[in-house]
Design a protein around this ligand. Structure first.
Ligand SMILES: Cc1ncc(COP(=O)(O)O)c(C=O)c1O
Length: 377
């Protein structure tokens, strides 16, 4: 393999190479470095006063990953009965679980409420009625619409309401017997624009003031996820983002407000390395095509939304430009274009870095290709 990529620690790189050399596990698989996850958990929330971290399980719901996070004492943000089932199998207490999906399924509520989960997001009158029916008296926070500019995976359109509607919804929730505790937002996933948090916090502050004037006092500010990781570009580090958030919090909110953080990508993304195989090569027109056994459908779905990965091969050939595609017969299964890579041989390994988040959780067995196994190292 080539030298350690600069943004991967020597320790992680050695662990990955040692695992590959000593294992006869069938490829492809996803390695997750436990130490990187531990390090991320120790960093996230450190610079935000009065904060609690709830890992967004959707980023990677592998049971071993969840066991590790459980042992580290983090909380969990979930959206479905499937995610709840894994946490329940690990005995995670309901006080450590919240749900921030503003539109929940009946099946999920049927399980979440008896389990004892008491924090729910909402952003419509219909959801208020649903919660009144399924979770009377529960704690609710309203999802505010905030700018997602500069986020590589925007999350702004599907959910969230503007200030006036948010205030009305909080009042409606109160009138109907729910317990409105605060506000939530999401600045967009893989957010490299710190101003998104500043704008969102300003909006949340305004909402809190309107709510206070109407007799609703906030005890929770849920700042969602969004912390970015290193794919092909350098990003703002968590410490810088959190210090900026903390300064804004000190100016805009009372000290005793509890801050929920829901990181997904930042907890597991950098910790993951796909180990795959080059299965084919072709020259088509003026493009060099490289086919590998992990593609859009069985692990790299985010590539079609613009996420670009770093690939590592062990070749000493001249660098060439490649279009990289997955193994299925579908022509959507193209992971990247214009990737400069030394030409590997068919049968060689290819490593895909920073691939721990939103890869396996999105994967399907389309076309009969199995979902790569997750292995913690
Ligand atoms: C409600 C909610 N919270 C947290 C997250 C995690 O975001 P990220 O992976 O960007 O940290 C998501 C991602 O979709 C989300 O929808």
């Amino acid at each position: 393999m080539e030298a350690t990529p600069t943004f991967v620690s020597k320790k992680t790189w050695n662990k990955v190479l040692n695992y590959i050399a000593s294992s006869d596990e069938a490829l492809p698989y996803l390695l997750i470095d436990r130490d990187v996850v531990r390090e991320k958990v120790s960093l996230i929330g450190r610079h935000i006063r009065n904060s609690r971290v709830f890992y967004a399980v959707k980023a990677h719901p592998d049971v071993e990953v969840l066991k590790l996070l459980n042992s580290l004492g983090v909380g969990f943000e979930i959206a479905s009965e499937g995610e709840l089932q894994i946490l329940a199998s690990l005995g995670v207490a309901p006080e450590r679980i919240i749900t921030s999906n503003p539109v929940k399924t009946f099946k999920f509520l049927d399980r979440a409420v008896p389990y004892g989960i008491s924090y729910y997001a909402f952003d419509s009158a219909v959801e208020v009625d649903k919660l009144v029916r399924y979770a009377p008296g529960c704690n609710v926070y309203v999802r505010l619409s905030v700018p997602n500019e500069g986020s590589e995976w925007p999350l702004s359109k599907k959910f969230g309401v503007e200030l006036d509607e948010a205030a009305e919804l909080l009042l409606l929730a109160k009138r109907k017997g729910l317990n409105p505790v605060g506000v939530t937002f999401h600045v967009g996933s893989q957010c490299n624009n710190v101003y998104n948090w500043s704008t969102a916090l300003e909006k949340a502050k305004e909402l809190r003031e309107i709510a206070e004037q109407n007799g609703i006092s906030f005890s929770v500010l849920n700042i969602g996820g969004g912390y970015p990781i290193h794919y092909t570009k350098n990003v703002v580090d968590v410490e810088t983002i959190e210090k900026k958030i903390d300064r804004a919090l000190a100016k805009k909110f009372p000290k005793d407000l509890e801050v929920f953080i829901e990181p997904g990508r930042a907890v597991v993304g950098d910790a993951g390395v796909f180990v795959a195989t080059v299965i084919g090569k072709a020259r088509r027109g003026d493009e060099n095509w490289l086919y590998i056994d992990v593609g859009v459908f069985n692990g790299l779905m985010e590539s079609i939304g613009g996420i670009k990965y770093v690939y590592v091969v062990g070749s000493r050939n001249e660098p060439e430009r490649w279009t990289i595609a997955g193994p299925s017969c579908d022509s959507f299964d193209v992971i990247d274009r214009e990737v400069t890579l030394r030409e590997p041989e068919v049968g060689n390994r290819i490593l895909i870095l920073s691939s721990g988040a939103y890869t396996i959780s999105y994967a399907s067995e389309f076309n009969g290709f199995s979902i790569p196994k997750t292995i913690l190292i």
